[in-house]
Design a protein around this ligand. Structure first.
Ligand SMILES: *[C@@H]1O[C@H](CO)[C@@H](O)[C@H](O)[C@H]1NC(C)=O
Ligand SMILES: *[C@@H]1O[C@H](CO)[C@@H](O)[C@H](O)[C@H]1NC(C)=O
Ligand SMILES: *[C@@H]1O[C@H](CO)[C@@H](O)[C@H](O)[C@H]1NC(C)=O
Length: 352
């Protein structure tokens, strides 16, 4: 697969396809007390984009090889070689990963529903899929049809991972110049969307903070994957600062308590990538392989193509030693490492 050299940073940002999520304390914890629904099962409802989609974006690379090569062994609609964040959270809660909305029927929603759709955002993007508001509208309609009891909702978990694709879309249209203003608009709208979950009677909402977008292989192409681009990570940091504030405000409104907990994807990405890079240096090896594994994708494409485009990608032999699966999505191994750092947040949410 030929790899091309550095288009301008703006061009790269422009093709950014992101994803995202959040922020929290560190250190492992075992499954503690779990909320249990009237049917004995906690449900998980998932909203947002490709970091958490498990099969709603039918006409996308996620349904083409080599996606899914590690799990389930064939393309399943996950934007990774295997499990994504949704699956790890479901496993933590002790339930099966919730059925994608596209495949749901009256008998397969006992673990909840995954409404997330790759490429979508809080606002409309250039992907033909439901924005976050529309995803929540769909959920609300099902509640109105009495598919879930009040108790189901009280003990349910919601996972929201959205915003990265909004930056891609904004930058394509407006360039990089008024990003701080856009961030405020975006986070305020996201806050309004989050508030709806509490109004619907949901007791536990995990909200992903934005990943460090300057570390995505799509972006680090410009420095041959030797380091993250700090300028772009500042966009994520600012987003996360405002989002954390909004989450705190929501928790103070109407005595909802700690309904909303941030998942610090930013810290999860950075810690893991740093660890991989330090290891590479310590090992004193003559090659930079380990560094490449930290910031270089397992599935490499020629510019303008997606992983999964026949004849336009090359896939590594061992996705388990790569943090990134493709230009914007972590590998299953990457998600496992990130999730180990998110567990304290899950514990906090579980103990509500
Ligand atoms: C619902 O979907 C499941 C697969 O998830 C399938 O096995 C089952 O037959 C479907 N039920 C109905 C009533 O369509
Ligand atoms: C979300 O999508 C709906 C349905 O297409 C549209 O009416 C609405 O304006 C969109 N909302 C936002 C915030 O973009
Ligand atoms: C790196 O290699 C040098 C020379 O082979 C050795 O002296 C040094 O201790 C090594 N450093 C580490 C951190 O292993």
């Amino acid at each position: 697969m030929k790899k091309q050299s550095s288009p301008s940073i703006i061009a790269l940002v422009t093709t950014l396809l992101l994803v995202l999520v959040s922020n929290l304390p560190v250190e492992g914890a075992r499954k503690t007390k779990r909320a249990v629904g009237s049917n004995g099962i906690t449900k998980l409802f998932v909203f947002g984009d490709s970091y958490v989609d498990t099969g709603n974006f039918v006409h996308s690379p996620s349904f083409k090889p080599p996606y899914g090569m590690t799990f389930p062994g064939y393309p399943s609609g996950r934007f990774s070689d295997g499990h994504v964040l949704t699956d790890l959270i479901a496993e933590y809660l002790g339930i099966d990963s919730p059925i994608p909305s596209a495949a749901r029927n009256l008998t397969n929603i006992q673990n909840g529903i995954n409404f997330a759709h790759g490429g979508t955002g809080v606002f409309d993007t250039n992907i033909d899929g439901p924005n976050l508001t529309a995803q929540i509208d769909n959920f609300e309609q099902l509640i109105q049809q009495n598919l879930f009891t009040k108790r189901d909702l009280e003990v349910a978990y919601v996972l929201v991972n959205a915003g990265a694709n909004d930056y891609t879309t904004h930058i394509k249209t407006n360039g990089i110049f008024d990003i701080p203003t856009f961030t405020s608009t975006l986070v305020n709208k996201l806050g309004d969307d989050l508030r709806r979950f509490a109004s619907l009677g949901i007791g536990r909402v995990a909200v992903s903070l934005l990943q460090p977008v300057g570390c995505l292989p799509l972006i680090t192409n410009i420095d041959f994957h030797l380091g993250c681009i700090g300028l772009l990570n500042r966009v994520s940091k600012n987003h996360n600062k405002l989002l954390n504030d909004v989450i705190q405000e929501l928790n103070h409104e109407r005595q909802w308590g700690q309904t909303f907990v941030p998942l610090n994807l930013y810290a999860g990405f950075i810690s893991t990538i740093d660890m991989m890079m330090k290891k590479a240096h310590n090992e004193n090896s003559s090659s930079t392989n380990a560094i490449e594994n930290a910031l270089k994708a397992c599935c490499v494409t020629s510019i303008g193509h997606d992983c999964g485009d026949v004849n336009h990608y090359a896939v590594c032999d061992h996705p388990d030693v790569y943090f990134f699966w493709d230009d914007v999505h972590p590998s299953q191994a990457g998600w496992n490492a990130i999730f180990s750092l998110l567990k304290p947040a899950m514990v906090q949410l579980t103990q509500q």
